[in-house]
Design a binder for this molecule. Sequence first.
Ligand code: B12
Length: 222
Amino acid sequence: MTDNVQIKEEIINAVAELDEDKVIQLAEKALREGVMPEELLSTVNQGMLIVGQRYEEKTYFIADLIMAGVIFKEVLGLKRMQELFHSKNKKKIGKIVLGTVCGDLHDIGKDIFRGFAETNKFEVIDIGVDVPKEAFLKKIQEHKPDILGMSGILTYTVDTMKEVVDALKEAGLRETVKVIVGGSHLTASTADYIGADGFATDAYEGVKICLRWMESALEGGG
Ligand code: B12
């Protein structure tokens, strides 16, 4: 961890103010000055939380949420960030089918999870956003993944995720795949209600759980 406190604060403020040019300029500067890409992501995320608060307070509107999304995606697209997500290792350790559940269009957290998973040698079949349970089932039958990853940012997606897990059970597929759910509103008890094997409010933590699952499967622990 570096202690570039000032530049990080400037980035948080620029994201909160939706100042696209300034965010990109500061993000590039921060990376040049030694801020780690992972730290940059979490810094930008702090700015996003302020955008969300302003939306709740009705000082920001839907157009502002859209702008915040555009800014985050630009940061993710910076060369150094792409390098973070780029896996040179061709040998894969496991397969993940990943999607944002039905009714939810938020894909930034999903994309970050995908990036970290690919860097950690997973093959990821990303089936996008607003994915109906039937499509999850179809992709699981087709690709036979080790893990199903579901992202849901809107709070009601807890029920949508549960519907997918229930559908897996009905189709006799539940035991064939580990299920991880991700979203900042999730807790151990909601994950339990969903019937997931694991949950994470942070994409990197989620990937660490997936790595542990693959290790224990290799050791014969299932
Ligand atoms: C940008 C944004 C949008 C953009 C999304 C653009 C995009 N391409 O994703 C757009 C404009 C589309 C949008 C739309 C809406 N949004 Co919006 N949006 C946001 C905002 C500002 C940032 C979200 C974000 O990307 N955060 C950054 C990422 C990195 O965080 P994250 O997604 O949570 O991901 C992290 C974890 O959750 C986790 N994770 C995520 N997925 C996964 C998956 C796995 C497998 C794992 C392990 C981990 C994991 O890892 C990530 C961190 O490492 C938030 C505010 C906030 N505080 O988050 C509101 C927010 C999420 N939106 C909100 C709302 C209400 C809406 C709308 C309903 C608004 C409207 N009236 O139309 C619509 C819904 C559209 C829909 N059907 O989905 C509310 C949700 C409230 C709720 N309790 O459900 C929020 C919280 C704003 C608020 N405070 O009111 N939004």
